[in-house]
Ligand binder design. Structure first.
Ligand code: COA
Length: 235
């Protein structure tokens, strides 16, 4: 087992990132650590590349959680919320490790916190038309977005998308709630707070979103329903 990791403090969110397109040796090593359910899930991917990326995502997730928990990767127990959010049930009493995983193309990112729910999203920047055809913006956000110069729109779109998805993943609902459940001031770039959550400014004040731009080509965000934390990049 690799070196033990000290869990995040109550005011930190640890963020890890890794590359999902790895060689056969790594895939074999990760495969050994997956649960029966995870192995079965790999059969649902039509393309080998997606299967391998899933194995590399779950495999490294288990490695890292195991290092926080002092367990071998295969012994980390993962269960699911009603809308599919994975959570860890292996933590010893008094040491609740929360996590959330995201991947976009060959990039994976993991957020780890101690005792509070967290959400993370990474998005490779691509043509906006190639995105899922859901309404991302509220009426007010849409007006702000349309008034922006074309040159800014792509970066703002993916930054906004990542913020909203990170928030919905912190809640654990994912897109069972609409993206405009969380509304932002689009003129604010980087770390931010929502303007409204479900139309409620009071609820919005409980949230904080940390910017996680991995590169100009990859936007990202980390979200939690508390304000007294910051991102610690672990690699
Ligand atoms: C959660 C959701 C937004 C993720 O979208 P995505 O495009 O795959 O985005 P990401 O790569 O950022 O996230 C995927 C990871 O989020 C985690 N995840 C899955 N469901 C989640 C949820 N409801 N909340 C938070 N995280 C979730 C998983 O770790 C998943 O990766 P893995 O399966 O490889 O471990 C989307 O799947 C969704 O809206 N799900 C909820 C509704 C639903 O379809 N439920 C059916 C299952 S019960």
């Amino acid at each position: 087992m690799s070196a033990f990791l000290t869990p995040p403090s109550a005011h930190e969110v640890h963020v890890w990132q890794w590359h999902l397109d790895v060689g056969d040796d790594d895939i074999d090593r990760y495969w050994q650590t997956l649960s029966t359910q995870e192995r079965e899930r790999t059969n649902q991917f039509r393309f080998d590349r997606h299967r391998r990326r899933y194995v590399a995502g779950r495999g490294e997730l288990r490695q890292l959680l195991g290092r926080y928990l002092g367990l071998p990767a295969h012994a980390v127990s993962i269960e699911y919320g009603s809308d599919g959010k994975p959570f860890c049930t292996s933590a010893p009493r008094g040491r609740a490790i929360c996590f959330n995983l995201s991947h976009s193309e060959h990039t994976a990112a993991l957020a780890v916190s101690s005792g509070f729910e967290v959400g993370i999203d990474v998005e490779h920047v691509r043509p906006i038309e190639a995105c899922v055809p859901v309404e991302v913006f509220s009426v007010r956000e849409h007006a702000e977005f349309s008034a922006m110069p074309d040159a800014q729109q792509q970066a703002v779109f993916f930054e906004s998308w990542a913020r909203k998805e990170a928030c919905l993943k912190a809640l654990g609902t994912g897109f069972t709630l609409p993206p405009d459940h969380f509304e932002f001031d689009l003129s604010v770039r980087g770390d931010t707070v929502p303007r409204f959550v479900g139309g409620d400014a009071g609820e919005a004040a409980h949230w904080r979103i940390g910017d996680l731009s991995l590169s100009p080509a990859c936007a990202g965000a980390v979200a939690a329903r508390r304000t007294d934390w910051s991102i610690v990049r672990m690699n």
